[in-house]
Design a protein around this ligand. Structure first.
Ligand code: S3P
Length: 177
C-alpha cells in the first residue's frame, strides 16, 4: 500500500489528547475522523460507562477488538483509539497493517488535569485516581512505545500537537506538501 493511503492512528493513555488532536488533524488534512470509543458506542447502542458497569471490562475489550478489526479496513482515515487498545496485540497488528502508529504521551499531572473534567472514564472514576493512573501507566509504558512516532503533549495545545504530527508525516512522506 502506498504511503498516502495509510491511516493515521493515535494511541496513548487517557488524557493524552487522542480525540481532540485526531479530530483537528483530520480537519486540517481533509480526511475522515473515526473515534474507536465512539464507534463502540454506536455499534452497541450503549455508552462505554454503561458497558463497563453492566458487563465488565472483559466484555468491553471484546467489543473494542471487533471495532478495531472493522475500522482497520479503512484507508486515509485519522483514527483515535481508546487508551487500552494496546493491551491486545491483535489490535495493534490490525491497526499497523493499514496505518502509521503515532503515540501521544503526557505526564501523570497533565493526565490528571485533562481527565479530571469529566467522569466518562470508568477506570478513573474513583477517589484514588492518581494511584490508578500511575499504576496503569507503568503497566502500559512499554506498549505505548511500540509506535512509528512518539510525541510528548505536555504543555502543548491540540493544535500544536497536530502541527508536530503534520511535520513528521511530511518528513516521512506520508502526506503531500
Ligand atoms: C480506556 C480508555 C478509554 C476507553 C475506556 C478504557 C483504557 O478511552 O476506551 O474507558 O483502558 O485506557 P480514552 O483513552 O479515549 O479515554
Amino acid at each position: 500500500m502506498g504511503p498516502h493511503f495509510k491511516n493515521i492512528v493515535l494511541i496513548g493513555f487517557m488524557g493524552t489528547g487522542k480525540t481532540s488532536v485526531g479530530r483537528l488533524l483530520a480537519a486540517r488534512l481533509g480526511r475522515l475522523f473515526v473515534d474507536v470509543d465512539k464507534q463502540i458506542e454506536v455499534m452497541n447502542g450503549m455508552e462505554i460507562k454503561e458497558m463497563f458497569s453492566a458487563y465488565g471490562e472483559e466484555y468491553f475489550r471484546q467489543k473494542e477488538a471487533e471495532a478495531v478489526r472493522k475500522i482497520s479496513r479503512r484507508h486515509r482515515t485519522v483514527i483515535a483509539t481508546g487508551g487500552g487498545v494496546v493491551l491486545n496485540p491483535q489490535n495493534m497488528r490490525n491497526l499497523a497493517k493499514t496505518g502509521i502508529i503515532i503515540s501521544l504521551t503526557a505526564s501523570v499531572s497533565t493526565i490528571l488535569e485533562r481527565t479530571g473534567r469529566r467522569n466518562t472514564r470508568p477506570l478513573l472514576n474513583r477517589p484514588d485516581r492518581e494511584e490508578v493512573v500511575t499504576k496503569l501507566l507503568e503497566e502500559r509504558e512499554e506498549l505505548y512505545k511500540k509506535a512509528d512516532f512518539i510525541i510528548d503533549t505536555d504543555g502543548a495545545s491540540p493544535y500544536q500537537v497536530s502541527d508536530r504530527i503534520i511535520l513528521l508525516l511530511k518528513k516521512g512522506g506520508f502526506i503531500r506538501g
